[in-house]
Design a protein around this ligand. Sequence first.
Ligand code: SAH
Length: 272
Amino acid sequence: MPQPRKQFAQHWLRSDKALSRIVSAAELSATDRVLEIGPGTGILTRQLLPLAQAVVAVEIDRDLCATLAQKLGKVENFLLLQGDFLAIDLTTLLETATAFQNPNKVVANIPYNITGPILEKLLGTIAAPSPQPFDLIVLLVQKEVALRLCSKPGSRHFGALSVRVQYLAHCEFICDVPAKAFHPPPNVDSAVIRLRPRPVITPAISPRHLETIVKLGFASKRKMLRNNLKSLVESDRLTQLLEQLNVNPQVRAEDLSVEQWIALSNELQNDG
Ligand code: SAH
């Protein structure tokens, strides 16, 4: 097994149980084209290849790429791209690789140090959602992040990230993965999550405004929402709006559902 490199957040998954949970959560069929980020030694890749039509994997580490190319280079439905997933333009790179274009699913044990940017690249943002959303995204992430993505309003894990991602995708917690399932074990526990990007049912009138109030609203988690939004809207007006939305004016940001955030943003927009 290659020596894991810290700089690329390399932790090799070595649990068959975790692997099979990831693979089954991906609900693969023979027409799926899968994108994998950070194949590493190819332990997950090997499980994906027989179940999907095609797998395209992006790996930053040149040495790992060389080994992977040796091991899996002859497999017809596999394409390996060497590069930084955050920096590459997948569509351009796949221009001549017809069989691998427009992957519809993502399945990956990602490098935890770039989880936020990876999510943004896969989903887009509230103001600029991905124009070609994936059908399904299964990721192994830090448990703390999994809880934030999958929690409901009122939970202590519900934060700005929850609202931003849940605006764009339905998020499910699939299972826990203990640190000892990796070599070397990371300092944190992990979890498998599944995201299903979906069209926003009631889109915000101004997605940018929604982004702004979510950011401001969660700025200080212990404060009441109306204090966090003080710079944007007068306390009395906010109280009135919250009552209109059947929300206790004393609420904290973490108590509002995504729909309530949208409604609040839209009402504030109507104020002009
Ligand atoms: N999927 C493998 C490895 C997971 S570790 C397994 O389950 O065992 C994370 C992997 O992501 C490593 O192989 C690391 O080299 C790769 N990686 C780190 N940063 C990356 C980036 N910016 N773009 C693509 N791959 C990256």
